[in-house]
Write a protein that binds this ligand. Structure first.
Ligand SMILES: C[S@@+](CC[C@H](N)C(=O)[O-])C[C@H]1O[C@@H](n2cnc3c(N)ncnc32)[C@H](O)[C@@H]1O
Length: 223
């Protein structure tokens, strides 16, 4: 595996990406964004968009939603702010600098959390997933779009090679499904609802989890 990520490397990488991000990543990853928004939108009105970046997914939410977007990168958020202003996206009620691993958000305060193309970019993906689950109301959903790396073959070799560029890219090209499955399989209040392959070339997956009531240790002993 290549050098891993830390917040400074991620901030540096996205400060470099911000001016060209939309040109490189808008169309190629748009099918996934639209599918993720459609899924999150069904879960309820209040939605937290974690790693909102330049806000490419924001126009896909309807006027009846209330979206708060957070991101570690100020340059990316500035682009999101420009998009919200130019497109008059009234459904976006806030954009703030925030770390996915330490959300300054109360427990169970959103109907859904959406994180498109984000979890492979955070230094501690499992810690971030726990944070996302914490802020979702019981009965709500977590919707992720994530690159899932190949187990074997030429793609796996390429991803291993690309993994050496992790710090420079700002994401991990190597991200096996086991990183996700080991998270939810050990969380009794989390259920995998859907895993759907997404373009381009099936490199990405739309992953949905429902969040149930937290199973406390006392309850676990009782059953
Ligand atoms: C690949 S971009 C995805 C942006 C957008 N969601 C999209 O669909 O285009 C990943 C974003 O996650 C943000 N990010 C990385 N680590 C983060 C963290 N720990 N907390 C919040 N945002 C983070 C980056 O700054 C970047 O804007």
């Amino acid at each position: 595996m290549g050098a891993d990520l830390d917040h400074k490397a991620v901030e540096r990488a996205y400060a470099r990406w911000a001016p060209v991000y939309d040109i490189v990543f808008n169309r190629i990853m748009d099918t996934g964004r639209r599918a993720a928004v459609a899924a999150a939108a069904k879960a309820g009105r209040r939605i937290l968009d974690v790693g909102v970046g330049t806000g490419l997914e924001l126009p896909y939410f309807g006027p009846n939603h209330e979206i708060v977007g957070v991101d570690l990168s100020e340059p990316m958020l500035r682009k999101a702010q420009e998009r919200v202003a130019s497109k008059q996206l009234k459904q976006v009620t806030g954009l703030c600098v925030m770390d996915a691993q330490r959300l300054a958000v109360a427990d169970a305060s959103f109907d859904a959390v959406i994180a498109p193309y984000v979890i492979t970019t955070v230094p501690d993906p499992m810690g971030a997933l726990d944070e996302l689950a914490r802020v979702v109301k019981p009965g709500g959903e977590i919707v992720l779009l994530n690159h899932i790396s190949a187990d074997s073959g030429p793609r796996a070799s390429f991803e291993r090679w690309l993994g050496r560029q992790t710090q420079h890219l700002g994401w991990r090209p190597e991200f096996p499904w086991e990183r996700i499955s080991s998270w939810y399989e050990n969380r009794p209040h989390i259920t995998l609802v859907e895993r759907r392959t997404m373009p381009p070339l099936g490199l990405f997956a739309l992953i949905r989890f429902s969040v149930g009531p937290k199973v406390t240790d006392a309850f676990k002993t009782a059953i």
